[in-house]
Design a protein around this ligand. Structure first.
Ligand SMILES: *Cc1c(COP(=O)(O)O)cnc(C)c1O
Length: 423
């Protein structure tokens, strides 16, 4: 039996309708921006394997750091114990995060990072004896697939089976260009009519919605409105963090600071599942009490796994090298050139770039759903050409590893141009 035959016997894949989907491709190795399948066909990984891998596959520096940690202390429980790798990650993050972020809480993936932030927002007011139980989130937000994260997410087919079972979430429009005032007004209304605990948002770029972008000034305004009403703000940087927007964090573009931040995906350079939620001292202090009931009773077995911490430390070091910063700048400029060229195409509605993130919306005769027919046609075309891109409806986006070469980037652009001709 081939790997794909065995796969179909035993495995259940994420976001997959197994009856109608194609068989998955078995990948056997990766290096840099490239992956090879079991038949040795080569693919350019133009989406950094779901946005996790900035420094390339099988990165030797991160692998060495992981090996060294595995053979020193692979894991120890974090309840009642601590260790140097966790402390070093915390020190490093506090140095590079917005200045008000002072406390670091570890978990395992982006959804749990969000789950922790939402629970903290709700318990913060519980601890203060204030009845505030509503969470504010953007339309078409994506914050993960666990229950509170799902509640905050606004892409309906991910969550429709669970409607009515969620924590209380009220949605406001994203302040995209021209709709800023509607968004501000909606936020003011929600705050006036509900007991709001927190506002969670993907800063500047909504990833899963199709790389929808909005301006830092608009986000600053929304945060200001929240601050006026003592509503906690949560920046979900699971996708945008660690250089993707051209700065270390998307919040680095914004003049206001959030109360909490969620990190994962590129945190460990795409090697080991790990996540972090960060907090201000003020948030932490609402749990700091003689009363044990005011503690945050949340944890995961693998919390602050030392091997994950070692991977995170090596990754952040890599991100901070001049070489990597130059790579980010190079890809950004390259995207801008491609955008200039492609946005004039008659089949293109619009194109946009922020940092290494590029997206183009293609004209379509019919309403394009998330996993609709145009999306399938595009996806298959890209795979056939050896380029891994996962369009969202009629939106094709690139989020390459920062080490992607110019030659590889040009091939990705060329393939997208051919795809636009084809559909
Ligand atoms: C991917 C993502 C999540 C969920 O992370 P998982 O590791 O898949 O659970 C949450 N928020 C944002 C913005 C994401 O892009």
């Amino acid at each position: 039996m081939t790997l794909t035959e065995k796969d179909s016997l035993y495995l259940w894949h994420p976001y997959t309708q197994h009856k109608t989907s194609q068989t998955p491709i078995a990948i056997s190795r990766g290096e840099g921006a490239l992956l090879w399948d079991e038949n040795n066909k080569e693919y350019i990984d133009a989406i950094a394997s779901w946005w996790v891998n900035p420094f390339g596959h099988s990165n030797k520096i991160i692998a060495d750091a992981i090996y060294k940690q595995l053979t020193t202390l692979e894991h120890v429980l974090f309840g009642g114990f601590t260790h140097e790798p966790a402390i070093k990650v915390a020190e490093k993050l506090i140095e590079i995060l917005p200045k008000n972020q002072q406390k670091i809480f570890f978990s395992d993936n982006g959804s749990t990072a969000v789950e922790v932030a939402l629970k903290v927002a709700l318990q913060y007011f519980f601890n203060k004896n204030e009845k505030r139980t509503t969470i504010i989130a953007f339309e078409n937000a994506f914050h993960g697939d666990t229950f509170a994260a799902m509640a905050a997410s606004g892409i309906s087919f991910y969550t429709q089976a669970f409607q009515g079972m969620f924590i209380d979430v009220v949605r406001i429009p994203v302040p995209v260009k021209g709709q800023e005032q509607e968004s501000f007004e909606a936020l003011r209304n929600v705050i006036q009519n509900h007991n709001c605990a927190g506002f969670i948002f993907e800063p500047l770029v909504q990833g899963a919605a199709g790389m929808v972008m909005y301006e830092p000034e608009a986000l600053a305004k929304l945060i200001q409105i929240c601050k006026e009403h003592n509503v906690l703000t949560i920046a979900d940087e699971v996708m945008t963090g660690f250089g993707k927007t051209g700065k270390t964090f998307a919040m680095d573009y914004v003049t206001e600071v959030p109360d909490m931040m969620c990190l994962s995906k590129a945190l460990t350079g795409g090697t080991i599942p790990m996540a972090i939620t960060t907090f201000t001292q003020e948030v932490f202090d609402a749990f700091y009490d003689d009363d044990i009931n005011k503690a945050l009773f949340h944890g995961h077995t693998f919390t602050a796994n030392p091997t994950g911490c070692a991977a995170a430390l090596a990754s952040i070091d890599l991100l901070q090298t001049q070489e990597m910063q130059a790579n980010i700048e190079r890809i950004h400029k390259s995207h801008l050139n491609f955008q200039k060229k492609i946005e004039k195409h008659s089949k293109v509605i619009t194109a946009r770039t922020l940092g290494v993130i590029f997206a183009v919306e293609i004209k379509s005769d019919s309403e394009e759903s998330y996993y609709g027919s145009m999306r399938t046609k595009l996806y298959n075309f890209f795979i056939d050409k050896g380029v891994i891109l996962r369009p969202v409806g009629n939106i094709v986006y690139i989020l390459p590893p920062y080490i992607m070469t110019d030659e590889q980037l040009q091939k990705v652009y060329k393939t997208i141009e051919e795809a636009i001709e084809m559909v």
